[in-house]
Design a protein around this ligand. Structure first.
Ligand SMILES: Nc1ncnc2c1ncn2[C@@H]1O[C@H](COP(=O)(O)OP(=O)(O)OP(=O)(O)O)[C@@H](O)[C@H]1O
Length: 266
């Protein structure tokens, strides 16, 4: 289990994340939602170990994050940040290969090709990473982190994704979320920051709603993704249509409805 308690993160004495407590369990996808500047990426960076918090603690499998050597930590969790820049002219294959580094020599020969086929990056393998489109780059970065945790291990592991599908078309977004659904069952907990409420409603097991550095609500999808809670967090009219007992089906912002009506009447 990943356990974060009372995370308090400041920049120049300004609280960016205020006493956030959460846990991630194997077999679950937890999605963080919230408006721009809510503190999602800042919390994410504290959880991944990229930032250190002023107060609070993060434990992976019962051991404090600060007690892990970086190579050990890379064997327990894989991180896809919101932006990844490369200063060398790497090919796609070489970028994905970076995901093997924490594995030492203990990986299967077929691993890279398997992950690259699954993420639809195999056909790009000889291209220069710098020449790819935004969505292609995201697929390659996803392949890199998936390589790190693809094969089963006898201990729980964690996949942390900051807006992994933000540049992808709708088909790829669903494809990526379906890969995440499958990888969860390998004793892996997934945390993803998303901006698409419908993707979250369709795939998340748990949702965390953040605003102004605070976690306002967290829990099961159908408990957290209600119209009133989403409206309060985003400060925008949002309608939620009930689906089955576990998750809402369609979430729509009211102005979009109005636009649709205007199009119909035009
Ligand atoms: N290095 C920094 N220096 C100063 N302010 C920062 C820094 N990093 C983040 N912030 C501020 O902290 C707040 C939270 O930023 P964060 O990136 O965590 O938000 P977010 O919820 O991920 O937003 P978005 O949805 O736009 O990605 C913002 O107001 C941002 O300007």
């Amino acid at each position: 289990m990943l356990q974060a308690r009372d995370i308090h993160f400041c920049i120049h004495n300004r609280p960016i994340v205020d006493r956030a407590t959460l846990q991630l369990e194997s077999g679950e996808l937890t999605v963080i939602l919230g408006p721009n500047g809510a503190g999602k990426s800042s919390l994410f960076k504290v959880l991944s170990g990229d930032s250190t918090c002023k107060h609070g603690s993060v434990h992976y499998n019962g051991k404090a994050l600060s007690d892990y050597k970086s190579i050990q930590l890379a064997q327990v969790r894989a991180v896809m940040p919101q932006h990844s820049s490369l200063s060398f002219p790497f090919t796609v294959f070489e970028v994905v290969e970076l995901g093997l580094l924490p594995l030492g020599k203990t990986f299967r020969k077929e691993l890279l090709q398997e992950v690259m086929v699954e993420t639809q990056t195999w056909e790009l393998k000889d291209c220069l990473y710098g020449n790819l489109s935004g969505g292609e780059k995201q697929r390659v970065q996803l392949a890199r982190v998936l390589v790190q945790i693809w094969d089963k291990r006898p201990f729980p592991r964690y996949l942390l994704l900051d807006e992994p599908t933000s540049s992808m078309d709708i088909a790829l977004q669903h494809h990526v979320l379906s890969i995440i659904q499958r990888i969860k069952s390998r004793n892996i907990a997934v945390l993803a920051i998303l901006h698409d409420l419908n993707l979250a409603a369709n795939y998340a097991d748990k949702v965390i709603l953040m605003k102004n550095g605070n976690i306002l609500h967290q829990g099961k999808v159908n408990e957290v993704m209600t119209g009133p809670k989403l409206q309060a967090v985003f400060g925008h009219p949002i309608e939620v249509y009930p689906g089955d007992e576990f998750r809402p089906t369609i979430i729509q912002s009211t102005p979009l409805n109005r636009i649709n009506k205007q199009i119909k009447h035009a």
